[in-house]
Design a protein around this ligand. Structure first.
Ligand code: ASP
Length: 303
């Protein structure tokens, strides 16, 4: 068994997912459980209903799951749902569709017994939103709470792989904005012949490079998970301008359990667990924190 999860909150998420795997559960159950734990965590400002709101002061959530049987479920821009990752799984299991958004996703939730209840912003959400409104600038602070999606990859002992992600998205986004996290092929992707990949960070950059699917396809073409992660980030820096001021981190795993991790900026942490250990690591990065584009161009990858 093996698990990879984004950021520091990947450690407790991995523990929750490991408990499922140790009890004989599958990779899909494990990633949903790990993501659910993060959604529930108090003080988590980029996942779940405690996440930072959009610029209208509304918390909207995105989540998705995908298994290596090519089944997937996703919800985007949902309000008042405590566990959007469970709703995403329900879309996969109980609807003929892959993705439901907004009011339609909320109606589907209600019809399937999931409570939809918006809650007022707490003091911290309110004060951060009001502080942002004073200037109203979209300038995400690298590695800070504006982008800390939990994304997970699990490989179970039966050799199945699954991926999941859940987020409140970019803080203070325009109402209706959807990032990469619920988009199959951008924020997450898995293919049974190759392996899986997930992303976190500025969703616009990941969407514009079809991040997770691109990593999986580079692995299919023969790159290791690490090489594929580095190549995607290098491509992103070249294609999506302004890399010195955005952060994206990616993780990948193949069926041998080989793992990859890389990011645009330094400071992207991830948790790696196997049957015996669950440890936090810092991914290599293409740029120094001050944005060393020349160094990025030398990163092994696209060559
Ligand atoms: N990728 C997410 C988004 O753009 C943000 C994050 O990773 O925290 O919505």
């Amino acid at each position: 068994m093996k698990l990879l999860s984004t950021w520091d909150h990947g450690l407790p998420a991995n523990d929750a997912a490991l408990a499922i795997l140790r009890a004989g559960g599958g990779a899909m159950d494990a990633v949903v459980e790990g993501a659910t734990l993060t959604e529930r965590s108090n003080g988590q400002r980029s996942v779940g209903l405690g996440g930072l709101p959009d610029r209208d002061g509304i918390v909207t959530l995105d989540a998705a799951v995908m298994g290596d049987d090519a089944r997937a479920g996703s919800v985007a821009c949902v309000r008042g749902v405590e566990h959007p990752v469970r709703l995403a799984r329900m879309v996969m299991d109980r609807s003929p569709h892959v993705m439901l958004v907004g009011e339609g996703a909320q109606r589907f939730a209600r019809e399937h017994g999931i409570e939809v209840r918006e809650r007022p912003l707490d003091d911290e959400q309110t004060s951060k939103w009001k502080a942002w409104l004073k200037q109203g600038l979209y300038a995400p602070v690298i590695n800070v709470e504006n982008h800390d999606t939990i994304s997970l990859i699990a490989l179970d002992d039966r050799g199945s792989m699954a991926v999941a992600s859940t987020t409140s998205g970019l803080a203070f986004k325009m109402h209706g904005r959807v990032g990469d996290s619920p988009v199959v092929g951008s924020g997450l992707f898995v293919d049974r012949e190759v392996g899986g990949a997930v992303a976190t960070g500025l969703g616009e950059a990941v969407l514009r490079t079809a991040g997770a699917a691109a990593i999986v396809e580079m692995m299919r073409a023969g790159r290791s998970p690490q090489e594929a992660c580095e190549a995607l980030i290098t491509r992103m820096i070249e294609r999506v301008p302004g890399a010195e001021s955005y952060q994206v981190g990616v993780l990948a795993m193949d069926y041998q359990g080989r793992c990859g991790a890389f990011s645009v900026q330094q400071g992207f942490t991830y948790a790696l667990a196997d049957g015996s250990r669950n440890t936090l690591h810092t991914a290599g990065a293409a740029l120094q924190i001050d944005g060393d584009i020349e160094r990025a161009k030398r990163v092994k990858g696209e060559g």
